[in-house]
Write a protein that binds this ligand. Sequence first.
Ligand SMILES: *Cc1c(COP(=O)(O)O)cnc(C)c1O
Length: 422
Amino acid sequence: MGMELKWTRRSFMGSLGALTAAMSNPRKLFSSAPPHRAGQPAGQITGFGSTGNVYDELGVTTVINGQGTMTYLGGSLMRPEVEAVMALGAQHFVKIADLEVAVGKRIAEMLKLPSGYTAMVTAGAAAAMESGLAGILTGDNPKFIQQIPDLTGMKSEVIIQKTHRNPFDHQLRNTGIKLVVIETRDELQKAINPNTAMMHFSNFANADGQIKVDEWVKVAKEHKIPTFIDAAADTPPVSHLWDYANLGYDLIAFSGGKAMRGPQCAGLLLGREDLVGYALLNNCPYEDTIGRSQKVGKEEIVGMLKALELYLAEDHDAQNKEWQQRLELISAKISTLPGVTTSYFVPDMANHVPHMEIKWDQQKIKISPKEANEELRKGKPSIVLAAGERRGSLSMSSFMLKPGEESIIAEQLYTVLKAHSA
Ligand SMILES: *Cc1c(COP(=O)(O)O)cnc(C)c1O
């Protein structure tokens, strides 16, 4: 079965040294040209894939994504360099645990995380939550690792604010813990007890909870309770990648396949070396673990590192301008129709990029936003925007568009609205 549960801080660092030595020429690895570009026929492929569009071949409709980094649409598109590095990663066998340790150290250096912090690549932010909490519960105790989610002998409570509950806390509940839900500072103090394993923070809910991101970690430290922050969709800004470690959070989760445009089945677990090590012990490739189902491949692991490198090197201001200009192009076209108005907004937290809200006078243009969205979806090419049901509007972002797709959206949205104009 090959379980290696002898993890210690020293072996963590030791296997790192061995691996660094084995990586003979990393620079060559990272400067290789992409094998092919998405959307173009891929060289020698015959049979499936020979047209260059596998989805067309399967009869599955591809969409122009004006909604954002939605997992149900496939998240984001990787850069060609990420695909190229994944292809390089696919050419060799390697011990996954050694690779995780080496990549984690590299990531911690790239992000200039505080000393004593490292990282691992997980199968996504959700996987990081489950493995991270499992590690806190089990430590490096082999019996506990095999036993979980039966928490006999372990701590079993995780404190969370009521407004921070969301579908992703299912990943926490998978470990067998009980969520202790609180609202006020007083309730928090009363909830803390010797059975408290962790205090969880959902970063997108920061504004909604009574206890904010900095106070949450401060209280936890006073009681020596590990903290976790789910910051899955909270880049940009890029600084969030190190802000929460600097605030003192013990474990931090990010999605790899959202704005960072890493592999779709990848995420980052950043945190204290001991806790990240325990998370790894609860994760694939180790068997009889809760995280065995959260496999992350060698290809995703190196692809995630490359995506992060590219993301850090980006000109984020220039990108924001480009995204804004795409929205303005669409606005200029549809605003020529009587009754149509547009406005711009940037969500404070999560998907912190330019968005546009599109409204129209439904006396003049007799179609609801939901129906307009449906027509766009059925169009060719198919377009997906967000129908803001309650606000009676459509909204969209442009950061997941491929070059030129803003013009297609402008034309098709204009055509749909015009067709229903009085
Ligand atoms: C997307 C998301 C997740 C899950 O991330 P994956 O990388 O898809 O596993 C978790 N929490 C929040 C708040 C998210 O937005």
